[in-house]
Write a protein that binds this ligand. Structure first.
Ligand SMILES: [Zn+2]
Length: 244
């Protein structure tokens, strides 16, 4: 029996907030391609530029390379807007400054759904999550609520942004506590292509024989089995209203 429910797809605008270029491409991008095909608008906000992510490349150069790779990988799945929030890669701290930066992105783009990555302690089993991901996910939940309160980060309101309380749900992709999913059978290949766009990053990992298609297929098939379809991306859904 399938144990995942389909996510709500009755929305028109989503904002994806993740710590690093490549975070969305390890599973969520195929779902993004499905939604842009449906005519929905999806915007990406990268909290950092992943400038500390390539061992053999200095941060100044890695920033330039990775921003370009992210813009290309977004284009592949129908995303035209990629914001880089400019916080420091590898040393993000959960707290007010991170909330402030994400809140500004929420107010600017006024999404109904906000998507981040898994921010639980692990990816399931013993595979530890990474500190920037955990900080970003937690701060995203808070920033969504901050965005609706004109007296929080009020300098953004003074500068012309409006409060935005219209986010209905926050979704954390690939969470080990996922209870929802969306079918990605038709758009799986574009998800693979969007991961391949991070070529300098993948080369820098030094993982021998890493095959993006094989890697993504494992997760997509597992999610699909749980949703009752060939392939799926999984999400933990956080309702942002009361009484749900
Ligand atoms: Zn990451």
């Amino acid at each position: 029996m399938p144990d995942l429910e389909p996510v709500d797809e009755s929305w028109t605008t989503a904002l994806c907030v993740v710590a690093h270029p490549d975070d969305l491409e390890f599973g969520a991008a195929a779902a993004v391609a499905r939604w842009t095909d449906q005519g929905k608008t999806v915007v990406y906000a990268m909290v950092t530029s992943g400038e500390a992510g390539i061992d053999g490349m200095r941060p100044e150069e890695a920033r330039r390379v990775r921003e370009a790779e992210q813009v290309e990988s977004a284009r592949v799945v129908g995303v035209e807007t990629v914001d880089f929030l400019g916080l420091p890669d590898g040393v993000l701290e959960y707290g007010v400054e991170l909330r402030r930066a994400i809140c500004a992105a929420v107010r600017q783009h006024q999404p109904e759904i906000v998507i981040t990555n898994n921010f639980r302690d692990t990816w399931g089993g013993q595979n530890l999550n990474q500190a920037d991901h955990i900080a970003t996910g937690k701060a995203t939940l808070d920033a969504v609520r901050d965005a609706g309160n004109r007296w929080v980060f009020s300098e953004q309101i003074d500068a012309g942004l409006e409060p935005w309380g219209g986010v209905r749900q926050v979704w954390a992709a690939s969470s080990p506590q996922s209870g929802h999913g969306v079918e990605t059978t038709q758009t799986f290949d574009r998800g693979v292509e969007s991961l391949r766009a991070h070529q300098a990053y993948i080369d820098g990992l030094g993982w021998e024989n890493f095959d993006p298609e094989e890697f993504l297929e494992g997760g997509a098939r597992q999610g699909g089995t749980r949703l009752g379809v060939p392939m799926a991306t999984t999400f933990e859904v956080f309702p942002m209203g009361w009484g749900e």
